[in-house]
Design a protein around this ligand. Sequence first.
Ligand code: ADP
Ligand code: MG
Length: 435
Amino acid sequence: MTVQDFERFQFQPFILEALKELKFTKPTEIQERLIPSIQRGESAIGQSQTGTGKTHAYLLPIINKIDPERQEVQAVITAPTRELATQIYHEIGKVIKWNEENPITAKLFVGGTDKARAIEKLKTQPQIVVGTPGRIHDLVKEQALQVYTANQIVVDEADLVLDMGFIEDVDQIAARMQEDLQILVFSATIPEKLKPFLKKYLENPRYTHVAPEQATATKVEHILVPLRHRNKKSLLKSMLEAYNPYLAIIFTNTKKMADEVADGLIEKGMKVGRIHGDLPPRERKKVMKQINSLEFQYVVATDLAARGIDIEGVSHVINYELPSDLDFYIHRVGRTARAGYSGIAATIYDPSDEDAIVRLEKMGITFKNMDLEQDEWINIGERNKRKARKKQVDEIDNLAKSKVKKPKKVKPGYKKKMNKEMEDFKKRQKRLKRK
Ligand code: ADP
Ligand code: MG
């Protein structure tokens, strides 16, 4: 195997060794386009769909540039959730371990862990700092962590950083860093509300948008499953059994619903993992480990907890409910079909989701309509069939009305009589139709 396509970046040999082990043979598009400008020291905004390799687009040039002789902070990498920060930290480990001669140091700082121990860890400053903005800012304020020596900062999953109210912390960290600061912002979507932040922090950033050909990875099959007055948890259970997935993530909009769904499935005898923000850090860590060692076939998750985490081998994403912010649909579905594999994204919907579905279709998503029949998947027609059927009923209704003459003089009880006549007429019509 060769990593020849990475050679033009002139990375140090140990990085090429790491890439070999990672089995990355050629850079992804966002890596291809951003690595050279990051190497030139330019600030950048990298926008591309989930699963396109944004992490290594910044990790590789940052690690490559670290001066092992300088035992001080040289780069700060922030991520909005503990899991994501932890994952980035592990990715760094997989690369820097190859530089045995001049060891590079990286340290992880996330909330929900013992602060005194974090301060203890900082007796020697690491060269790369990874963590959540809140905890990093905290340690900077405590003067345990010295970031003034660093001139590179990464804001990964920037839209979520904003949503979670971490922008202020990022601001405070950045304010204490070198003046010629290189800011690298990554996100799958750049919502309007992020723009003031970008303007404030980035003067002339290189903006790289790798436009997806479709709104999500092409190998995802998007499936709509109508709820149709069925019990939603039973439907979910049947869907999971019919898919028999390698690994499915079931998304809910709230922690409460995540618990409800997970408990419901457990009650039905299924082995289910769950990740959401209310789990104590130790528990979350344990679940992540279990997920990655494939102890679960099903994982129930909320958007925030699952964002940006690279769980390998997610074959199915199930939307137990559609997110109100449709960008999250893209993020959720981005969990499957990563790095070229194919995947299925199935959404349980009811008629109140119609508007959201139309908007998703406008975003370029093509849905297949499917349902379970005796535990087998079958293709069903367009979801607008429902409307068509309703129209047919209305027509029969009108016809019935026109057939039933309204008496000129209104007698008591006429309404009842008329309704009965109409019902009889409708029944006859339906019987005729069936024949
Ligand atoms: P993003 O941050 O854009 O959502 P990630 O950085 O998490 O995506 O990468 C998604 C997956 O693709 C990861 O499993 C990662 O190891 C893999 N990957 C990244 N770059 C490459 C590459 N050049 N070749 C093959 N796989 C890659
Ligand atoms: Mg990412």
